[in-house]
Design a protein around this ligand. Structure first.
Ligand SMILES: [Mn+2]
Length: 349
């Protein structure tokens, strides 16, 4: 079982810190996804059970729980760094133990970064991104070959506590990240441990179909209208280069009243054409542009994202560019080798 892969010393130390701490803060990244929310809440529930002294566990997300994950057990307890900045700063600076999940560097906590770096408490990282910032944490449990942080949290909890603190609420949280980070067990699941984790979680009376519906089948009419626009007016296909790209200006987003949360998963549509190997989605934000990259087979988009100052995983990565929107678009076109190519639009005007 995967739990045997952890360093025994680190497991024992983390177990001791968890048992002794009176104030524990759990933190994940800005614009949390299913894996960030699931690992944050699943671990928070288990650490509360595991505490010998009735410790206070505070789960924090830089900009709060995204609305599509408010159904997760314990989600109502998530504190937003954005709307309760003073509270979060105090909680982080007073915590005896700070556990960061699903992020590779403190910078991903945005406005909480300075507080996190200066905090005196013990710091533990549990993550599956490439190149974690080792100097920012006391202990790191990291493996980029693992499907999701939720999977790592499951195996780590087994190594520390066996099944003592597992229940159906924890299983629901952890299954969510396992499912979202693998696109419903479609990618990033080439290790047997991913399916072993799913098998363990399903024993706790969770309903995978119900969780799938809550994650995927949740569109509002406006969001579906936006997808119609996105596919018909904004998808550019470069079959000769095996690339497809979508780019959305702030004007596009205002027109349909949509934001980043509504585009979660949209980039995957670029890969649905059989000719396409690499897909990109650009979304303008005030003062910056978010770039998401996806790949099917040989291409390592983590490397491509690194050239834009970002990173992530081999098949899914991203970057935040501070250049103006049109310049970011040009940089991405160049990166993908399509700067001199004429795209095919799916529905030419
Ligand atoms: Mn993840």
């Amino acid at each position: 079982m995967y739990a045997e892969a952890f360093d025994n010393q680190n497991v024992a130390t983390f177990r001791r810190w968890s048992a002794e701490a009176r104030n524990i803060v759990l933190l994940s990244h800005m614009n949390a996804d299913g894996d960030a929310c699931g690992s944050l809440l699943g671990l928070a529930l288990m650490m509360e059970h595991a505490s010998e002294k009735g410790c206070r566990v505070t789960p924090i997300l830089p900009n709060g729980c995204p609305k599509n994950f408010t159904w997760l057990p314990g989600a109502e307890r998530i504190v937003s760094g954005e709307s309760q900045q003073d509270f979060c700063h105090t909680a982080i600076s007073e915590a005896g133990l700070i556990v960061c999940v699903d992020l590779s560097s403190a910078s991903r906590t945005d406005m909480l970064q300075d507080e996190l770096l200066q905090a005196k408490g013990k710091k533990v990282l549990i993550d599956h991104h490439h190149n974690p910032s080792a100097d920012q944490f006391d202990i790191i449990f990291s493996d980029p070959h693992i499907s999701s942080t939720c999977e790592l949290v499951l195996w780590l909890s087994q190594a520390m506590w066996g099944s003592r603190h597992m229940d159906s609420d924890v299983a629901r949280c952890l299954y969510t990240g396992l499912s979202t980070d693998t696109g419903g067990f479609a990618f990033s699941c080439d290790q047997p441990s991913c399916f072993e984790a799913a098998a363990v979680l399903v024993k706790y009376n969770i309903e995978p179909a119900e969780i799938h519906n809550r994650i995927i089948n949740t569109f509002s009419l406006d969001r579906m209208k936006f997808y119609g626009f996105a596919l018909s007016q904004r998808m550019r296909v470069y079959p000769g280069k095996r690339v497809a790209l979508m780019a959305f200006s702030l004007d596009d987003q205002r027109r349909f009243g949509v934001g980043g949360e509504d585009m979660e998963g949209l980039v995957n549509y670029t890969l649905m054409m059989k000719e396409i190997e690499v897909g990109a989605l650009l979304r303008e934000e005030p003062g910056r542009t978010k770039v998401s990259l996806r790949a099917k087979y040989g291409v390592d988009v983590n490397r491509l994202a690194a050239q834009l100052g970002g990173g992530g995983h081999t098949k899914a990565a991203g970057a935040t560019c501070l250049l103006p929107f049109d310049e970011t678009l040009k940089a991405v076109e160049k990166l993908l080798g399509i700067e001199n190519e004429e795209p095919i639009n799916l529905l030419p005007a």
